[in-house]
Design a protein around this ligand. Structure first.
Ligand SMILES: Nc1nc(=O)c2c([nH]1)NC[C@@H]1CN(c3ccc(C(=O)N[C@@H](CCC(=O)O)C(=O)O)cc3)CN21
Ligand SMILES: CC(C)C(=O)C(=O)O
Ligand SMILES: [Mg+2]
Length: 290
């Protein structure tokens, strides 16, 4: 089969738009590019994604890094915290996102319980994310105490993103959603960040930390910092996509800005469809076969 007819087959797939990866050869974002952006002082965006449609759109929008967050627990599966989500639940989502992107670096978030036990467990889980999920990198929560875990992964060729500050997998020991790294804790935050960089992490998420502490960490590290509720001095920013696009209703965390109101858009669409079916206005002749 010629390349052209193979491409046509993709575009005439019965569902979806076909994998974006089929259109053109991949020019995947590389980790050293993120470091260059830091050196140039150019902030970059990261979003979560958990499915092929959002992955394809965010890739097209030029989001260089997509995170398949363990926040799928809250934003896909409807759990009240991120703790219950499993590797087996996340892997198909990672696979969907990596399969739908051409450029974005896809990071899989290791869920609670899948890496903390030992560096060996971390590597076993990370290998599943890379092989079965086709992730390009993985993320894990924790600082100095997880340096051996990060080393085990980077030593095996798995790029690792760290995550410190407020770490949702520890919300019960942290006593809820609270800003971390205030006062004396800022030194500990910096020590955690430095330990992750030394262990070979390629970037580190700073979640809900004072802007001053994030600024200091960002200045001290040569790898990019990615803030969520960590101020404008970070090298990059991340939001959960349903918060960014207003699909999730309710007030939500203070660090969110809404760029659309998908909740209202979908509610109106579904209500109009329901009304049309009930009134006999859908389907119309053009939707009907004879
Ligand atoms: N949709 C969604 N957005 C997120 O940002 C997110 C998730 N889910 N799930 C996993 C974690 C949990 N996160 C959260 C969740 C809630 C708050 C929150 O309610 N924050 C309040 C209180 C802050 C405080 O008490 O200091 C806020 O006003 O920011 C913060 C982070 C961040 N992550
Ligand atoms: C909010 C980001 C950093 C995250 O860890 C997630 O979405 O799971
Ligand atoms: Mg997470």
């Amino acid at each position: 089969m010629s390349m052209e007819s193979a491409a046509n087959q993709e575009t005439t797939a019965p569902y979806g738009n076909g994998p974006a990866a089929a259109d053109k050869p991949a020019k995947r974002v590389r980790i050293h590019h993120l470091r260059e952006l830091k050196e140039r002082g150019t902030p970059w965006p990261m979003l979560t994604s958990y499915d092929m449609y959002t992955a394809e759109l965010f890739d097209e929008a030029g989001i260089p890094v997509l995170l398949v967050g363990d926040s799928a627990a809250n934003n896909v599966f409807g759990y009240d915290t991120s703790l219950p989500v499993t590797v087996d639940e996340l892997l198909p989502l990672v696979r969907a996102v990596s399969g739908a992107t051409r450029r974005a670096l896809v990071v899989g978030d290791l869920p609670f319980g899948s890496y903390q036990i030992s560096p060996e467990q971390a590597l076993t889980t990370a290998v599943r994310f890379m092989k079965e999920g086709r992730a390009h990198a993985v993320k894990l929560e924790g600082g100095q105490r997880f340096a051996p875990h990060v080393e085990a992964l980077t030593g095996a060729g798995v790029p690792v993103m760290g995550h410190i500050g407020f770490t949702p997998q520890s919300e019960h020991s942290l006593g809820g959603y609270r800003v971390q790294g205030r006062g004396d804790a800022a030194d500990e935050l910096l020590a955690d960040a430095v330990a992750l960089e030394r262990a070979g992490a390629f970037a580190v998420v700073l979640e809900m930390v004072p802007a001053e502490a994030a600024k200091r960490v960002t200045a001290e590290l040569s790898i990019p910092t990615i803030g969520i509720g960590a101020g404008a001095a970070c090298d990059a920013q991340v939001l959960v996509w349903q918060d960014m696009a207003g699909l999730r209703r309710g007030k939500g965390p203070r660090f969110v800005r809404r760029y659309a109101n998908l909740a209202d858009t979908l509610l109106t669409a579904a209500s109009s469809y329901a009304e049309d079916v009930r009134n006999g206005r859908f389907p119309a002749p053009e939707h009907t076969f004879h």
